[in-house]
Design a protein around this ligand. Structure first.
Ligand code: SAM
Length: 185
């Protein structure tokens, strides 16, 4: 299903998912606004001989070809967005995907996040390390046009190193939820 997909990895961090997907033969573009993370991601991809095209900038400033990705993937950056960025984010994902493409998200469950409400985020000028999302909230955000929810489930603990197959099956954090949504065909 994944290869030879074109993948856009949002908030790639040190590049474990981007490199894994590239090693499967996917064509991967990755973005993160941390210069250190991008440096690590480049090093990881180089060592694995799995080319990843990475950019160091906000996901909202990333350069990409609209409508060109089979998969947009995010493990851990969506839950760092305040409320006023969520619509921009959904539009970014939609713009990036091909018709019928897929979006995969791994984010904190409520018990894994800061517990801050959207209001508290603005009052405290902080996300408190990231917001947790209940299944109902994820459904409300992603099971509506132009997306439709395919899978929503809690991740399970694993002793393996986290990467994409675990994200789709059993990611290494019990306080993390995974959701997959599809753009319209
Ligand atoms: C929890 S880490 C996850 C890293 C990686 N996806 C993984 O699963 O190992 C979240 C990453 O998202 C990045 N990030 C958060 N918000 C971002 C934004 N608006 N634009 C670009 N990167 C962002 C952070 O710099 C960080 O590297």
């Amino acid at each position: 299903m994944l290869t030879p997909a074109r993948v856009f990895e949002l908030g790639c961090g040190h590049g474990r998912n981007a490199t894994y997907l590239a090693s499967l033969g996917c064509s991967v573009d990755a973005v993160d606004f941390s210069a250190q993370a991008i440096e690590w991601a480049k090093e990881r991809a180089k060592q694995a001989r799995a080319p990843v095209d990475s950019q160091c900038c906000s996901i909202f400033d990333a350069t990409f070809t609209e409508g060109s990705y089979d998969l947009v993937h995010d493990s851990g950056s969506f839950h760092h967005l305040p409320r006023h960025r969520r619509q921009d984010y959904a539009e970014l994902v939609h713009r990036a995907l091909k018709p019928g493409g897929s979006y995969g998200l791994v984010c904190f469950r409520p018990e894994g996040g800061s517990g801050y409400t959207d209001q508290q985020v603005y009052e405290r000028a902080s996300l408190g390390g990231g917001l947790g999302y209940s299944e109902d909230r994820l459904r409300a955000l992603w099971d509506k046009a132009p997306f439709s929810l395919r899978v929503l489930r809690q991740m399970k603990k694993t002793d393996r190193q986290g990467h994409m197959t675990q994200i789709l099956r059993d990611h290494g954090c019990e306080d993390t939820a995974a959701a997959g949504a599809a753009a319209p065909s």
